[in-house]
Every structure is written in structure tokens, then in C-alpha cells.
Design a protein around this ligand. Structure first.
Ligand SMILES: Nc1nc2c(c(=O)[nH]1)N[C@H]1C(S)=C(S)[C@@H](COP(=O)(O)OP(=O)(O)OC[C@H]3O[C@@H](n4cnc5c(=O)[nH]c(N)nc54)[C@H](O)[C@@H]3O)O[C@H]1N2
Ligand SMILES: Nc1nc2c(c(=O)[nH]1)N[C@H]1C(S)=C(S)[C@@H](COP(=O)(O)OP(=O)(O)OC[C@H]3O[C@@H](n4cnc5c(=O)[nH]c(N)nc54)[C@H](O)[C@@H]3O)O[C@H]1N2
Ligand SMILES: [Mo]
Length: 763
């Protein structure tokens, strides 16, 4: 640990001067003139480019600067002046580079030439695009289609994603895992059963009309900072914002808008949360049940006194199914159990229920704190139940609001990136392209990992991402990865997954979304879908990082042409040269969702796909919104061990990273500087386990499956979190997560409740 490591409580608000300073530092480091706000001016604007960071909604009437600190960092990271080309790879063996830190690899700058790993010299050597496509095609053709996996990280555009999904299906499988499988898949499984739509029901304007916001397990200050603007406005209107989070996240406490000069000069802050409940990791399930129980009691009291009912009985009768069974299950739970599971007091939950009971329109917001648990699906459904009790779906100012991660992760699913054939319009594909789409379920992320471990998966094509770093069970996965026959990484920057590679390995460098994309059909634009199902066009403004880069659609087209038998109905070159023609194909495949796609993609604020649940049309098995009653309230059976030394590890993001991309070693809002190897712990646990603040410790997995899981060298940091829980950063902690430790129904790795033990390092 170096001397520069500091652990100081951060006293400021989210946003504010700290944000401006942090951004300036990164612009300087990436050699982008600080006055070059020029690029950022186009960010998230109609006619501009859509941020490559998070998926938060983009308003129709944007601010002058519609970007945040982290969105600007993501832009700077992509338009950096730094480059790596053939000379760099000639100078370093791959084995040597595997010793480099994630930060140092990406700091090298943008990849500029296609590369093929050369076994004799253990180096990546430049290769022509034609030769790359030819060999990749030959390798894929030689394989049983089921042995090939086509992974997508949620950033690629709707156009690229559509082409990529078709490539996999024409090749013969539904092996299309995506980053959503590690993220909001719990949402994609939970919501269709509950309300018949797989995505959230709110639009941005709901925040202008809401009376109450229930906010579960999402950290907007770091991960969706533009969301602090509607939250700030709501708070100023006196809207209660009730937060459930084991950590006291600064962005959920107070905020200074770095783009409001008066606020900056006067250092004025807005309080964000009105009530802050530090729920135990995985305790939301119990907490939500507690609020439901208190709500039923308030309703009973209203009936007894003749006051207005607390439940929306008309809505429940007309629009829902299963209420009685759910209510009986809630009444059957004791307060003792609910307090124990949530780590919260009955009084606090009754207070939440009282606030909720008064609100005419409530939004339920959530992120990874709900989805990344063994019972992630059931927990999301419990939140929907709570909203349904007062008719809070399909009403102005109300709804369910999953905050999606990657900027187009929701859209990729919309246009066919999924391993589930039932989500694909196969009849349309048959009709349009005259082929028989594969009807067997493909592999999701966890299943792809299992297939790599057992040798049944032989080729892995990655459209973005740093898969090996993002998935659980890092140690076993890295070893197994080397046995793959073919690995193809379509990427912008060097990362660890390029260095852990297969026998035949390619790195294919692509244009980023912010760059000018000239093709045969002229300057191209792409499109993406935000967290609120609004679809936006996006046009690049920056000079491409190098003359040899190809766009993602061109790369997908290149692989497709080299791999597939020609299909007279698909002209891959035309698609790669004119993305409007891909949008026409998307519209033909999904006519209800993408009507007049090309004409509407520049609508300010985006155009919304129809979301039936938002209009109270329930596409469920019962034709109604379903109250789903769970089997038990145990959110994470593995962490509910009798042994008091087994802790629940929460793995999460710092303010200085985008997933596995590490921008820096500070986590300003949590007071951490110069390191990512900290272990956040409650003071009482530190004392109970005989440890000291700032002591060095190791973490070891606490499951009895005989696999040794271990990460060394954390520094203990006393922190205000519930006892029994500890916190650390992802991806450093990923070797501690068993592959099987995932949400039971969605297979999202349960990264927020990993059973671990703490070992003191010997002095
Ligand atoms: N700058 C930046 N932006 C990003 C990303 C990034 O890495 N950096 N990643 C993008 C992606 S892909 C995604 S999916 C999103 C992720 O955004 P988030 O959903 O915010 O993800 P995390 O940072 O993993 O953690 C979320 C929060 O959950 C809390 N938490 C942990 N366990 C629990 C629990 O059991 N219950 C409750 N109630 N809370 C809990 C943590 O304290 C933390 O505040 O952000 C996207 N945006
Ligand atoms: N323990 C733990 N593990 C987690 C999580 C957690 O909370 N805890 N979160 C999970 C979640 S929610 C997610 S989404 C995953 C994500 O995890 P990752 O796969 O790491 O996410 P990315 O940000 O997609 O990957 C970064 C890489 O994408 C490439 N890239 C960047 N821009 C582009 C582009 O425009 N095109 C292309 N082709 N490539 C590009 C760059 O080469 C970069 O190195 O991690 C998951 N893993
Ligand atoms: Mo994500």
C-alpha cells in the first residue's frame, strides 16, 4: 500500500466543486483541451451523440450541458488522444501484459489496428481485416454452432445489435448472452410475470408529477448522475424520497448541481432523501414486506374508522390477480422476522408506509441492490406488489423504474440480443429472411461460463466488454478461457480479456459512438434505447481514432459474410454501408415497436416504444397485473449461515470507474483516495472479529463447495454500514463469487451478497 492512500470522510455534496475538479483532471490526463467543452456540448442533445456511459433518460429540452461528471469522463475516455498500435504490441509479450493493472491497460489509449495473436512470439501482430474475417469465418464454420457464443456488452447500437443477433441465429444458435445477464435480467424475468412488460413503466416526466419516490439499491451520484436533476427538482417540491441502501451514498443525501453557477458559488445543496434506511444487504425483501404489512394495518384501521381506504381497492379488483394470497402471506409474517431480515425497525417501516399511504402517485426506483441477489427476481416482484397495492402502475407520476446500466442494454434486448427464443419474432425472421431460426434455448452468461469450464463452448466472440473480468469465479474462468479454440474481441481499448485468450485470438478495433462514421452511404448515425424505453438517434462528432478502424456494423457484416452461406435476402454490405437500411429491417421485424423508425429517431427526448403496462394493458398469463407471492423471504440462503464470522460481501462500483474500466483510484463520495483495495466494515464487526481500522486483511470464500476462493490485501475501513455486511469493489472481488451463486430464476450473479470470511494478514 502506498503513502498516497488516504481514507478521509468526504464532507461535500454529490456534484459540486469536487465533480468539476475530478473532470478537469481526467480531461488533462487524456490530453483533451479543458476548453474543449465543445464535444461535451453535443452530449445527450437531439441531433448530438448519446452518452456512452449510463442509460438514464435524455430530456427533450436538455440543459445547455446535458452531461454529468461521469458521462464526461466516459466521453474523455473514448476521445482520448492516446493511441496504441503495432509498435506497442511488438514491444510487449502478452504474458508480460497480463501482469499489468486494468487501469494501465486502458490508459494506453485507443486500439488502432486489427491484431492476431502469434503463438511463436507470444505477441499480438497486425493483420489485415480481410485475413481476420477469413480466418474467423473459417473457424466458426468448422464448429458445431452450439459451441460458439456471441456475447454483447450493452453499449452497441440498435443497428449493430440487430445485425449481431441475426448473425448468431443464422449461424445456428441462440447463444447470445449479454451484460444484462449480470445486471437487470432479474427485472426481465420479474416484470413480465408481474405486469406483462419486461421494462420500466415511467417516463422522465413522471418525476415532475410524483408525490413519493421509493429508492432501492441504486447509486445515482456515481452511476446515473443526471438522474440527480429530477431528484433535486422533486425534493425541492417537497416530495418525500425514501432510500433503502446499506451505504449512506452521498448522491442520495445531498447534491449541488455543478452546472448551476449560483448553486456552485453559494455552495448551496439540496437534500435528496427524506428518510434513509440502511437496510442489510439482501434485506429489502423483508423491508418491502414490512411496508406492505404496515400498509395492510393502516387499511384495516381505515375500514374500522370509516376513513378513506389505504388500498386502491378499485384498481386491485379491476386490474390485478392474486391479491388475497399475497395479503395472507404478508399478514402471516411476524414483525420479528421482518426486522431480523431487513435489519430495520418496525417503527421505521411503519413510517415509510404512512408516507407512502398519503402519496397519490409513487415511483419505485431500483438498481443492482435488488437484482444481484439469489432472490433478485422475487425481490423485484415484491416491490411491484407494493406499488400495485395503491394502484401505482399506469398512473401519472407513478410506476416502476429499473435504472438500467449500459447506454443501450435495454435496446439490445428489444432488437433480439437474447438467449431465449420465445422473445424473438421467429415468424417474422422466417418471413423476411427465409431461414429456420434456431428454437433451442441458447446460453446466458452463467451458462456460457459453465460451457467454457466444461469444454463444450469452443469459440467466444465479444461485441465489447471485458467478460473475463466482469464474471464471477475469476480464477477458474481465466484458466478455462485459455482452452478456447477461438476468441474474438471487438473493442476500443485494451483490457484483460484480450490477454487471457484462446488458441486463435483476434482483437478487432472499432469506432466509438462519439466518432464520425463515414460509409459508402455517407455519414452515418446510430440509435439506442434509454431506461425509459425512449429511442434516440446519435451522431458522432470526433475524428476517428485511426484510419484503420471499422465501425461495429462493418465488423459484424465482415464476420457474417465470411461465416454464413450467402442469403439472397440479406445484403450485409448494404447494411454496413447505410445504417438507415438496417433501421428499415428493424422496423420490418418489429413493426409495432419501430413504426417510422428513420423518421422518428431524431424526436427530441426520443420516441417511446409502446409499453403496454404503462397503459394498464397487462400482457400476463392472467391478463391482469399479478401479485406474485414468494415461497420464502430468504433473499440469500448462502449468507444466512449460523456462523457469525461469515459476512455478506457487497461488491460495487466506485465513483471512478465504468464497470471494469478503472478511471482512477479515488472514490470521492466514500472518502477513499489512492486505492481500490479497501474493505468497508461496521465498527462493531471490526471489534467483534478482533480487527483494527486500517489493518490489512484477506477475504476467503465461505461456501463448502471445496473451491478455494481468495483475494488478498484489503485495508479495513470503518464505515457506517449494517453489521454483518462488508463492502468491496468490483471487479477486484470477483474471484470470491462462486459461479453458482446467482439469482435462482434469472442467473444474475448474486454480487451483492457473497459469503466471505475475513482473515487477518500476518504482521
Ligand atoms: N460512472 C458509472 N456509471 C455506471 C456504471 C459504472 O460502473 N460507472 N455502470 C453502469 C452499469 S452496467 C450499471 S448496471 C449501473 C449500476 O448502477 P448501480 O445499480 O448503482 O450499481 P452498484 O454500484 O453496483 O450498486 C448499487 C447500490 O446498491 C447498494 N446495495 C448493495 N447491496 C444492496 C442491498 O442488498 N440492498 C439495497 N437496497 N442496496 C444495496 C450499494 O450500496 C450501491 O449504492 O450503472 C451504470 N452506470
Ligand atoms: N462483482 C460484481 N461483478 C459485476 C457487477 C457487480 O456489480 N459486481 N456488475 C455486473 C454488471 S451490471 C455488468 S453490466 C458487467 C459489465 O462488465 P464489462 O464487460 O466490464 O463492461 P464494459 O463496460 O462493457 O466493458 C469495458 C470494455 O468495453 C470495451 N468498449 C468500450 N466502448 C466500446 C464500444 O463502443 N464498442 C466496443 N465494441 N467495445 C467497447 C472496451 O474495450 C472496454 O475495455 O459487470 C458485471 N459484473
Ligand atoms: Mo450493468
Amino acid at each position: 500500500m502506498t503513502d498516497s492512500v488516504q481514507l478521509d470522510p468526504y464532507e461535500g455534496p454529490a456534484g459540486g466543486w469536487g465533480s468539476a475538479k475530478s473532470l478537469t483532471e481526467i480531461l488533462l490526463r487524456e490530453q483533451i483541451p479543458v476548453t474543449g467543452g465543445l464535444m461535451l456540448r453535443h452530449q445527450n442533445k437531439p441531433g448530438g451523440f448519446m452518452c456512452v456511459s449510463c442509460a438514464w433518460a435524455k430530456p427533450g429540452k436538455p440543459a445547455v450541458f446535458e452531461y454529468c461528471e461521469n458521462g464526461a469522463k466516459a466521453t474523455a475516455w473514448e476521445v482520448t488522444r492516446k493511441r496504441i498500435g503495432a509498435e506497442f504490441f511488438a514491444a510487449h509479450t502478452v504474458t508480460e501484459l497480463t501482469g499489468w493493472r486494468d487501469y494501465d491497460l486502458e490508459e494506453l489509449g485507443r486500439l488502432t489496428v486489427p491484431l492476431r495473436w502469434d503463438a511463436a512470439s507470444d505477441r499480438y501482430l497486425p493483420v489485415s481485416w480481410d485475413a481476420a474475417f477469413a480466418e474467423i469465418g473459417a473457424e466458426l464454420k468448422a464448429l458445431d454452432p452450439k459451441a460458439a457464443v456471441f456475447y454483447a456488452s450493452g453499449r452497441a447500437s440498435l443497428e449493430t445489435s440487430y445485425m449481431y443477433g441475426l448473425l448468431a441465429r443464422l449461424h445456428g444458435s441462440n447463444n447470445l448472452p449479454d451484460s444484462s445477464n449480470m445486471c437487470h435480467e432479474s427485472t426481465s424475468v420479474a416484470l413480465p410475470e408481474s405486469i406483462g412488460s419486461p421494462v420500466g413503466t415511467v417516463l422522465l416526466e413522471a418525476f415532475e408529477h410524483t408525490d413519493c419516490i421509493l429508492f432501492f439499491g441504486q447509486n445515482p451520484g456515481s452511476n446515473a448522475p443526471r438522474m440527480l436533476h429530477p431528484l433535486q427538482d422533486a425534493s425541492r417540491r417537497g416530495v418525500p424520497i425514501i432510500t433503502f441502501n446499506p451505504f449512506r451514498e452521498r448522491g442520495l443525501e445531498r447534491f449541488t448541481n455543478p452546472q448551476a453557477p449560483l448553486e456552485m458559488l453559494t455552495k448551496s445543496e439540496t437534500r435528496i432523501s427524506s428518510q434513509y434506511l440502511q437496510v442489510k444487504a439482501g434485506g429489502d425483501f423483508g423491508a418491502i414486506y414490512g411496508i406492505c404489512k404496515a400498509l395492510l394495518a393502516l387499511d384495516d384501521a381505515a375500514i374500522a374508522s370509516g376513513a378513506e381506504r389505504v388500498l386502491d381497492t378499485a384498481f386491485i379488483a379491476e386490474h390485478t390477480h392474486g391479491f388475497e394470497a399475497f395479503a395472507a402471506s404478508v399478514r402471516g409474517k411476524s414483525w420479528d422476522e421482518l426486522e431480523r431480515r431487513s435489519g430495520l425497525t418496525r417503527k421505521a417501516l411503519e413510517q415509510t408506509a404512512a408516507t407512502y399511504a398519503k402519496a397519490k402517485a409513487t415511483i419505485g426506483v431500483y438498481g443492482m441492490g435488488l437484482t444481484q441477489h439469489r432472490m433478485g427476481v422475487e425481490t423485484v416482484q415484491a416491490l411491484v406488489n407494493l406499488l400495485l397495492m395503491r394502484g401505482n402502475i399506469g398512473k401519472r407520476g407513478a410506476g416502476i423504474c429499473p435504472v438500467r446500466g449500459h447506454s443501450n442494454v435495454q435496446g439490445q434486448r428489444t432488437v433480439g440480443i437474447t438467449e431465449k427464443p420465445e422473445l424473438v419474432p421467429n415468424d417474422k425472421l422466417r418471413e423476411l429472411y427465409a431461414f429456420e431460426p434456431p428454437m433451442e434455448k441458447g446460453l446466458n452468461t452463467v451458462e456460457a461460463c459453465e460451457g467454457i469450464l466444461d469444454g463444450s463452448v469452443k469459440a467466444f466472440v465479444a461485441l465489447g466488454g471485458n467478460f473475463i473480468r466482469a464474471v464471477p469465479e475469476t480464477a477458474l474462468m481465466e484458466e478455462a478461457w485459455k482452452t478456447l479454440r477461438l476468441t474474438v474481441q471487438i473493442s476500443t481499448k485494451l483490457n484483460r480479456n484480450h490477454l487471457i485468450h484462446g488458441e486463435v485470438a483476434y482483437i478487432l478495433p472499432c469506432l466509438g459512438r462519439i466518432e464520425i462514421d463515414e460509409q459508402a452511404g455517407g455519414r452515418q448515425a446510430v440509435s439506442m434505447e434509454d431506461s425509459t424505453a425512449c429511442i434516440h438517434g446519435s451522431k458522432g462528432y470526433a475524428e476517428p481514432a485511426g484510419p484503420e478502424l471499422l465501425s461495429e456494423p462493418r465488423i459484424v457484416a465482415g464476420i457474417a459474410k465470411a461465416t454464413l452461406t450467402p442469403n439472397p435476402r440479406i445484403d450485409w454490405d448494404r447494411w454496413g454501408g447505410d445504417y438507415a437500411s438496417v433501421r428499415d429491417a428493424i422496423e420490418a421485424t418489429y413493426p409495432d415497436q419501430f413504426k417510422d423508425f428513420n423518421a422518428r429517431m431524431w424526436t427530441p427526448g426520443g420516441f417511446r416504444r409502446p409499453i403496454p403496462a404503462a397503459d394498464r394493458t397487462w400482457k400476463t398469463d392472467t391478463g391482469k397485473a399479478n401479485f406474485v407471492t414468494p415461497r420464502s423471504l430468504s433473499a440469500d440462503p448462502d449468507t444466512e449461515q449460523a456462523d457469525p464470522e461469515v459476512m455478506r460481501l457487497i461488491t460495487m462500483r466506485s465513483n471512478d470507474q465504468f464497470n471494469t474500466t478503472i478511471y482512477g483510484y479515488d472514490d470521492r463520495f466514500r472518502g477513499v483516495k489512492g486505492t481500490r483495495m479497501v474493505l468497508f466494515m461496521n465498527r462493531d464487526d471490526i471489534a467483534r472479529l478482533g480487527l483494527r481500522d486500517a489493518q490489512t486483511v484477506h477475504l476467503v470464500g465461505a461456501t463448502d463447495d471445496k473451491v478455494v476462493r481468495r483475494v488478498e490485501g484489503f485495508r479495513v475501513l470503518a464505515y457506517d454500514i449494517p453489521t454483518g455486511c462488508v463492502g468491496g469493489y468490483y471487479p477486484e472481488c470477483n474471484p470470491l463469487i462462486p459461479l453458482w451463486h446467482h439469482a435462482e430464476r434469472s442467473k444474475v450473479p448474486a454480487a451483492k451478497s457473497v459469503p466471505v470470511r475475513i482473515e487477518a494478514a500476518s504482521a
